[in-house]
Design a protein around this ligand. Structure first.
Ligand code: PLP
Length: 375
């Protein structure tokens, strides 16, 4: 039985009040005051001219690629160590994700590995700010500039993280976010794009709403989608963002407690932080070096599960998944850092109302796991 889940939303502020307000107002679809309020606030927090709410983070990536006119035959560079949505979105527009290895110092796409993956077909790069840590955006943007590529940041896991003092979502022409239930700020299912360019904004807003002409209601000059976010979801997001500092502060404390309690366990490693990064505390991660620790990552996960602690293994590298592996093999991709991290990393329970006693309980099991495994 799961006693401690890996993630759980904190809806203890004005979420209920605002949701009830939205219901009583009868504005429960994608028109209503909370939509505007959310978009304005989120843009301000990211430092961009605009934010566009959409129904999930995958759709945000899809819209970004549509707005940038990515087409069949194009290639887009993505890390292999990410959630499958990053690469799925590339496939939705008929393009091919080409995988790049990660830097062991950031766990994000390694800028020094990008140029060797470029071909005539390469159109853009989607760095992912993995587990809350920003990618090295200056280096990535520089390479993109030299080769005439666009960049979209997948900031789904890195709400309000900072790179050299600048907020995620503002580090490339388009940023995308997810507000799924396990993300730092959530409305159940939701997402957003952040950007400055008014032409891209118009395209994205038009495509989001079935392609309707913004000047002429019920006239549809292009084939669009229904990718809108509801007023009800935005009510939750407004309440979440009102408490943004408190929510992040509690998560930072959880990270600090884990680090303290798990310090000096041979074979247990932590997520590195680059000097220029101010990560946002998404899911706390550890790595397991089987030789030093004595048991494998999978065995540790099994022992934790037996004790009611849910954990999550690091992403299976996308270049090893059935939809992508054949093409990856044809390109002779080798991604040793990705493979190594994927096999040794796990995320531990990280949510606002986890008790310090629960953290001690989890860390005690991690300390004793080797002994527990021989019983
Ligand atoms: C969660 C996530 C997404 C997708 O978000 P959904 O809202 O679940 O569609 C995309 N990219 C990354 C890296 C994610 O973690």
């Amino acid at each position: 039985m799961i006693k401690l889940p890996v993630a759980a939303p904190d809806l203890s502020g004005k979420e209920e009040e605002y949701a009830v307000d939205a219901i009583r107002s009868t504005w429960i679809s994608s028109t209503g005051p909370y939509v505007q309020q959310f978009e304005d606030l989120f843009a301000r927090l990211c430092g961009t001219k605009t934010a566009i709410g959409v129904c999930n983070g995958t759709v945000a990536l899809h819209l970004a690629l549509l707005a940038l006119d990515i087409r069949p035959g194009d290639e887009v560079l993505v890390p292999s160590l990410t959630y499958v949505a990053t690469a799925n979105a590339v496939r939705y527009v008929g393009a091919e994700p080409v995988f790049v290895d990660v830097d062991p110092n950031t766990w994000c796409i390694d800028p020094t590995m990008i140029e060797q993956r470029l071909t005539q077909r390469t159109k853009g790069i989607i760095p992912v700010h993995l587990y809350g840590h920003p990618a090295d955006m200056d280096a990535i943007n520089h390479i993109a500039g030299v080769h005439g590529l666009w960049v979209v940041e997948d900031a789904a896991e890195a709400h309000l993280a900072k790179y050299k003092g600048r907020s995620t979502g503002k580090l490339a022409p388009i940023g995308t976010f997810s507000f799924y239930g396990n993300k730092i700020f959530t409305c159940g299912e939701g997402g957003a794009l952040t950007l400055d360019d008014p032409h891209l904004e118009l395209r994205i807003r038009t495509l989001r709403g079935q392609g309707m002409d913004p000047q002429r209601r019920y006239f549809f000059p292009v084939t669009g989608y229904n990718f809108r976010l509801t007023n009800l979801c935005c009510a939750l997001l407004c309440a979440q963002l009102e408490r943004r500092d408190a929510i992040i502060q509690v998560r930072r404390q959880i990270f600090a407690t884990y680090k303290e309690m798990l310090a000096d366990i041979s074979g247990i490693g932590f997520q590195p932080t680059a000097t220029w990064a101010e990560p946002s505390p998404w899911l706390f991660s550890v790595t397991v070096e089987e030789k030093q620790y004595g048991i494998s990552r999978d065995k540790l996960m099994a022992i934790l599960a037996e004790h009611g602690v849910e954990t999550r293994p690091f992403f299976i590298p996308l270049h090893r998944l059935p939809p992508f592996r054949q093409k990856s093999r044809e390109r002779n991709e080798t991604l040793p850092q990705t493979d190594a991290l994927s096999s040794k990393g796990l995320n531990l329970p990280t949510y606002n109302n986890i008790a310090t006693d629960d953290l001690s309980y989890i860390c005690d099991i991690i300390k004793k796991a080797k002994r527990l495994s021989v019983k």
